[in-house]
Design a protein around this ligand. Sequence first.
Ligand SMILES: N#Cc1ccccc1-c1cc(NCCCN2CCCCC2)c2ccccc2n1
Length: 152
Amino acid sequence: MVKVLFVCLGNICRSPLAEAVTNKLLSDQNIKNWTVDSAATSRYEIGSSPDHRGLRLMKRKGLTSTHRARQICHEDYDNFDYILCMDDDNVRDVRRMAPRKREFSAKIELLGRYDREGPDIIEDPYYGDDRDFEAVYEQCLRACTNFIRTKM
Ligand SMILES: N#Cc1ccccc1-c1cc(NCCCN2CCCCC2)c2ccccc2n1
């Protein structure tokens, strides 16, 4: 049983895409006992569906998402084994928002570190276009594929 939380700034572009990619990879490999979720460091888009550009890309790739944006909370730090962030600002904010009083189980890492062919950082495509969302998808596909392989 692996429990992984993907995190980005608004939880409508990068992290719900990483969540959808991971769910598809697990389903295609008939791996059942994983928990996959995503969250935001900010409160910008709480309750929002994934960005329409991301939903369009998911449809093209045969992915689905019913996710609604939520902000990371203290329970996440013990409910998940891994909190995988998209960029260094996310890592900084996730560390800053962690519960102070106690140790917690989640390992906070950059998702891109699992992408051997690309950069460690998965850039925010919010002010970008479909090509930027495609680039985020390709990085997530490689990184999530390797993440699953190393945690099986
Ligand atoms: N901030 C930044 C930023 C900087 C560089 C590149 C992208 C972004 C950026 C901006 C967003 N919303 C616009 C600003 C939101 N308002 C900012 C001031 C407080 C009230 C809210 C995003 C929303 C969802 C997901 C990712 C986003 N990413």
